[in-house]
Design a protein around this ligand. Structure first.
Ligand SMILES: O=C(O)CCC(=O)C(=O)O
Ligand SMILES: [Fe+2]
Length: 278
């Protein structure tokens, strides 16, 4: 099956906008029922007495549930279907030009209101999360590209903790790296390996619950302070082509999936997670 046989979900205008801006808000990826179910599954992870497990991270009112050992992937039976969502898969397949994809990440970010630091917008350093290992040069080929981002499981209004991005930022990163290389410098190492970017202006990606904020992997982005009463609930997903030049299509070990997890997987989810071949 070639990608040509997959239904096109994005219009030509959306595809052009994604290539220009490096990000795109996809609305209605999830139905209201799905949003309610996944949001409840995420919030069920939070202990009722709000005593957060030692392994979890909390930075600037943003709660990141982590399993011991730093495992951030929440592939519980309740949340696994989100990792195999068909509409998002088709969108990414259209943009990456292949149906053979690996899905990963599955991390969660719960951003509570923060009334402190009034004029500060970002709650995290602006950074790039590319599917290129630290210290390894960017190839800038289509095969290398990873597309990822987050589902909004709550409405995200302006100032409500939406992810911040730099319009056209993926191109700026490529231009700066290439310019540095041309000057004999290490472009990959700029801005502390592109993990601390301080010279670019950002915009907040807002949108209704059920949206997915889709980002090119060279897009500088950061979490923001939530100034609103609505706690932002987000789940993060990433997709690469199979095979991937840096091996980022390597699946997680099968042993992590018990009977309940396996039962929660669709045939598409099994392929996306690497349990079945494409
Ligand atoms: O929570 C967000 O909006 C972004 C978080 C993020 O980019 C990260 O933790 O790497
Ligand atoms: Fe990030």
């Amino acid at each position: 099956m070639g990608v040509e046989e997959l239904p096109r979900v994005l219009t030509d205008e959306q595809v052009a906008r994604f290539h220009r801006d490096g990000f795109l808000l996809l609305e209605n990826v999830l139905t209201p029922d799905e949003v309610a179910r996944y949001r409840a599954a995420v919030l069920d992870l939070v202990p009722a007495d709000l005593s957060l497990p030692e392994s979890w991270q909390v930075f600037n009112s943003r709660i990141k549930p982590l399993r011991s050992g730093g495992d951030q992937t929440w592939d519980t039976p309740e949340l696994l279907p989100l990792m195999g969502n068909e509409r998002l898969y088709r969108t990414v397949a259209q943009l990456l030009g292949t149906h053979r994809l690996r899905a990963f990440d599955g991390s969660i970010g719960i951003t509570l209101r923060n009334d402190a630091l009034g004029d500060e917008v970002l709650s995290q350093g602006l950074h790039v999360d590319a599917s290129v290992p630290p210290g390894v040069d960017f190839l800038f080929t289509p095969e290398e590209v990873q597309l990822g981002g987050c589902y909004y499981l709550t409405d995200v209004a302006p100032g409500g903790g939406g992810i911040h991005v730099v319009p056209g930022g993926h191109r700026i990163v490529e231009e700066e790296v290439r310019a540095a290389r041309a000057a004999g410098a290490d472009g990959r190492a700029l801005h502390q390996g592109w993990k601390r970017i301080t010279h670019l202006e950002t915009v907040e990606v807002t949108g209704p619950a059920g949206s997915f904020a889709l980002l090119h992997h060279l897009m500088p982005h950061a979490a923001s302070h939530n100034r609103r009463p609505t706690t932002r609930v987000a789940q993060f997903m990433r997709y690469v082509r199979v095979p991937h030049p840096h091996g980022e299509d390597r699946p997680l070990p099968r042993e992590r999936y018990d009977a309940a997890r396996l039962a929660a997987m669709s045939p598409l989810t099994r392929r996306l997670l690497g349990l079945d071949p494409w």
